[in-house]
Design a binder for this molecule. Sequence first.
Ligand SMILES: Nc1nc2c(ncn2[C@@H]2O[C@H](COP(=O)(O)OP(=O)(O)OP(=O)(O)O)[C@@H](O)[C@H]2O)c(=O)[nH]1
Ligand SMILES: [Mg+2]
Length: 431
Amino acid sequence: MQAGSGVVLIEVRPDRSSSGLAELRLLSESAGYAVLNEFEQTRYYDPSFCLGRGKAEEIARMLEEIKPLKVIMNNPLKPIQKYNLTKLFGAEVIDRFQLILEIFTKRAGTIEAKYQIELAKLQYELPMARENVRLAKMGELPGFHGLGKYQVDVYATMIKRRISYLQRRLEEIRTRKSMHRRRRRKEALFSVALTGYTFAGKTAIFNYLTKETMLVGDALFTTLSTTTRAFCLSNRKILLSDTVGFIDNLPHLLVDAFYSTLEEVTLADNVLLVLDSSDPLPEFTRKLRTCLSTLNEIGVFSSAITPIMNKTDVAIDLEPLEEEVIDLLGARPVKTSAKTGDGVSELLEAISDRLPPYERLKLRIPFSKNTSSLISWAFEEADVRFVKYYEDVVEMEVHMHPAFLPRFKRLLYGIEGVEVQSQKEVKIRRE
Ligand SMILES: Nc1nc2c(ncn2[C@@H]2O[C@H](COP(=O)(O)OP(=O)(O)OP(=O)(O)O)[C@@H](O)[C@H]2O)c(=O)[nH]1
Ligand SMILES: [Mg+2]
């Protein structure tokens, strides 16, 4: 943590709903800040200060001693509120959205993620651009630096141009990616996506299953870009994707920007929803609801979801959490610990249960010039359960994804005198 990185957190709640300060603290620490103090107030939002003027002045007096680098509000702030608070506190004031943007900016590893974050930031600024320039002209304050020199309209036009440039570039990247995906679909691989609230242990599970070494974080939002790797299960190749974590109250702009990386999720055959079972019940439920509504928003419905209660090694009482999952999802969760490996075989079984049934073929194939290429194709692309070589014939049992059947049939038809006894109905010429 850098020196001088102390921050003060504030939240205003219009009712007695539960506090969001604990999560704001984790977010602040994830951004590299040390939290010096926290304040909260229950009242209606004030148009000038967000919190009540009296409370704001009281906090300002305390800040004179603490001298934080920034003050972070858990509430979305209008330019005028930010300006007034910055002036009063003598420190830059940012809101939750800007804090999340800071974390995302630090973590963005790919050019796509960098563009997405810049796009979200500009879309956030655009409606406030005029007001921000107007306020900056009244006197420069932290967070409003450099804006005073612009004409109001010039600044807004600059933002709009940059937004459309970023949108075009992102579109290009997405087209390239969707071509890759189409190719994978053609290869008929079964795809599984890991989703869940940030810090639930998605990457830890991903690494466990794929023997990868992707970064498992001690902070929120360690993973920003989707990573996809293949692994083998019941002799079948599965594509597994690790994705960006969800969070409550993620402003829509950031949601839109990041949902494009979640396309893998919308196209997945099976969506794993990773939950942190070391959370107390109210926290667990809040996160579960956020995940379900986020998944719903991107078009993933309960039937495609396999819930996973992870971190069982540090959980206290799993039963009420499990009931909550069954209640909200209608499915029994798989319980895992990515740390000890407990429950991972049950998880693999659950994934396996969702695999579409394979075609099973029993064959007697005479040796002729195309037989060996059929056999090597089968070993490479299908699941060869049994093979026995006789003098002039090979007997084999092959299981394969239905999408591979046409190709297999073509190879088979190239061989003279083929015999097929299929367990499913497969119409292949018998000699
Ligand atoms: N005790 C325990 N810790 C775990 C387990 N799985 C993950 N963790 C820890 O939980 C933290 C978050 O793990 P990640 O795998 O980075 O979580 P994530 O869901 O990928 O998080 P984001 O990428 O930030 O969305 C790390 O400190 C892990 O070591 C588990 O089964 N048991
Ligand atoms: Mg991760």
